[in-house]
Design a protein around this ligand. Structure first.
Ligand SMILES: [Zn+2]
Length: 148
């Protein structure tokens, strides 16, 4: 099978996700260590440098999550496919058994349905006494001779 080139967007997201993560984390750490001053009062104005650092820090950190998930989506899918293949091979006998049973159930259901359709469209009926297939408008059974 030919190797398909990975779209550039995945590469960009792959590169961006750790950058966002590190930048966000650095901003948060900076905000809660260097810029945070517990001796100051809880005030928007005095806490401005800290908040100005913390808010984008949290935002950028959270932004790294979708970037990471999307950037590694092809890899995650590959792992999922490999896992599915492994599970399939590992449970081959059981899965074959399930598939065979399902096929038999389907076959029986289809047979019953087909029979019902055939009976519905044909001008035949079953004898009340012996169960033989006879003409719909016949007064006596052609097999057992009993009246319908
Ligand atoms: Zn009959």
């Amino acid at each position: 099978m030919a190797k398909v080139e990975q779209p550039k967007v995945f590469l960009a997201l792959k590169i961006l996700s750790p950058i966002f993560f590190l930048v966000g984390l650095t901003l948060i750490i900076l905000a809660v260590t260097v810029l945070a001053d517990v001796t100051r009062v809880m005030d928007v104005e005095t806490r401005f440098p800290e908040m100005a650092c913390l808010t984008p820090g949290v935002f950028i950190l959270f932004l790294s999550i979708p970037c990471f998930v999307m950037g590694y989506a092809p890899k995650i899918n590959k792992i999922a496919i490999k896992t599915a293949k492994y599970v399939q091979q590992e449970n081959y006998d059981d899965l074959t058994d399930i598939a065979t049973t399902s096929a038999e159930i389907t076959k029986d259901a289809v047979t019953i349905t087909a029979k019902a359709i055939r009976d519905g469209v044909s001008d035949t009926k079953y004898c009340k006494h012996c169960g033989a297939l006879i003409d719909r408008d016949s007064k006596f059974c052609s097999e057992c001779g009993k009246e319908q």
